[in-house]
Design a protein around this ligand. Structure first.
Ligand code: FES
Length: 152
């Protein structure tokens, strides 16, 4: 398939690196927005790894998506500073409002919710990132705005 050919060319270009697996997975996700299932055997073959090893790494690192993301990607910081400022509540409210858990996408494909571990915005905890833009000091009003925005 086209996916397999594209992945094969990424693997060919990068397999000479030291520790190529993570950079290759990163590149594949950049290319497709997720790591397609068909990519795994191609990567395994190219790097002389078992398919299970590659799959294990993809599963271990939550940064790799196994399915395409929604139209919006909302990342909620769950690292220490944000935790101390109530990021658990923020995440709980968002999960409830959107009806999905972390690492899930709404059935209408509008939004994917993901945890992230520090956005470098600790001074403005709790923080999140919507489609690459950081949002600080999230309170209940801001959550409503975010939900309205991703649903629009
Ligand atoms: Fe959340 Fe740093 S801990 S931005």
């Amino acid at each position: 398939t086209g996916i397999e050919a594209q992945v094969a060319s990424i693997v060919d270009g990068m397999k000479g690196m030291e520790g190529p697996l993570l950079p290759i997975l990163h590149e594949v996700q950049e290319e497709f927005g997720y790591v397609p299932h068909e990519a795994l055997p191609v990567i395994a073959r190219g790097l002389n790894l078992s398919r299970a090893e590659v799959y294990g790494v993809v599963s271990f690192y939550h940064d790799y998506r196994k399915e395409p993301a929604g139209r919006h990607v909302l990342k909620v910081c769950q690292a220490e500073s944000c935790q101390s400022m109530g990021s658990d509540d923020v995440a709980a409210r968002l999960r409830q409002a959107l009806g999905i858990d972390f690492h899930q996408t709404t059935p209408d494909g509008r939004v994917t919710l993901e945890p992230v571990y520090c956005l470098g915005l600790c001074a403005c905890s709790p923080a999140a990132m919507l489609d690459g833009e950081v949002i600080g000091r999230i309170d209940a009003d801001r959550i409503d705005e975010i939900v309205a925005e991703v649903r629009a």
